[in-house]
Design a protein around this ligand. Structure first.
Ligand code: OAD
Length: 241
């Protein structure tokens, strides 16, 4: 498939499913997951902070890391890639579905509504005792850890950590959407973390078209119907979204 055929497939598609990863927010100034970390955090690997073991061992350090990322995300703005995906949603209506691995909330801030957050959201916390989910206070008023407004127990980041299960209903909805999609877009993800990375195969197995937008090749690249090797904003624009 060439670019012109990819554009036509996307234009004609009644059902479109999109998977996004950290690359979509890179143009908003948010470092991707596998970018080297900077400053104080350079000596930590994200994998060593985003796990239940890390939190059990040192909740204070894990919370400081999330509080810093939360402050960064609050200051960041959605970019053209987020806006183009919100526009695609308006064009496709009920035929559109977005599954994001991002925890920054920027898709919602750009206007996306038909989406699931497969890995949680770092603007919220969840009670370790009663499960209540609540938004964090504004970054300037926030000293972690937050305390549950219902039962006063300690809250943890509302994030899916390594070794934890994805929210079941969100993953089921995403799997269904990718199975039913005429066209799937895989945007800005290294596609190494499953089950999210496997969604592309749901579409391929059913005979749908899958298009990757990423400046780099990934493990999924050999299976794609077409690939746009560019950053998310230009790559999505090239598809005439
Ligand atoms: P990664 O950091 O693994 O991958 C980012 C991808 O974005 C890479 O393939 C880059 O080539 C690509 N990229 C970089 N800049 C880009 C740009 N401007 N436009 C488009 N693409 C760009 O991030 P994810 O794939 O999202 O999970 O990582 C998946 C999951 O791994 C995360 O959700 C997180 C992490 O462990 C959990 O926290 C559970």
């Amino acid at each position: 498939m060439n670019l012109s055929e990819a554009r036509t497939a996307l234009q004609k598609a009644r059902r479109v499913a999109v998977l996004t990863g950290a690359g979509v927010s890179a143009e908003s100034g948010i470092p991707t997951f596998r970018d080297a970390q900077t400053g104080h955090w350079a000596r930590f690997r994200p994998e060593d902070l985003a796990s239940p073991e890390a939190y059990r061992r040192d909740p204070e350090t894990v919370w400081q890391w999330y509080a810093g990322r939360y402050a960064d995300v609050t200051r960041a703005q959605p970019n053209e890639a987020h806006r183009l995906l919100a526009r695609l949603e308006r064009a496709k209506g009920e035929g559109f579905f977005l599954a994001t691995q991002n925890v920054d909330g920027l898709h919602q801030r750009a206007g996306s509504q038909r989406l699931v957050e497969l890995h949680g959201n770092l603007t919220h916390a969840r009670c370790e005792t009663c499960g209540t989910v609540a938004p964090l206070p504004a970054p300037d008023d926030f000293t972690p850890p937050p305390i549950c407004p219902v039962c006063a127990a300690r809250m943890r980041p509302h994030i899916v950590w390594f070794g934890e299960y994805l929210p079941e209903r969100a993953l089921e909805a995403a799997t269904r959407a990718f199975q039913e999609a005429d066209v799937a877009l895989i945007v800005g993800t290294s596609a190494v973390v499953y089950p999210a990375a496997g969604l592309a195969f749901e579409t391929l197995r059913k005979g749908g078209v899958v298009i990757e937008v990423n400046p780099e090749e990934t493990d999924l690249t050999p299976y794609m119907s077409f690939g746009v090797r560019d950053v998310a904003s230009r790559g999505l624009a090239a598809l005439h979204i």
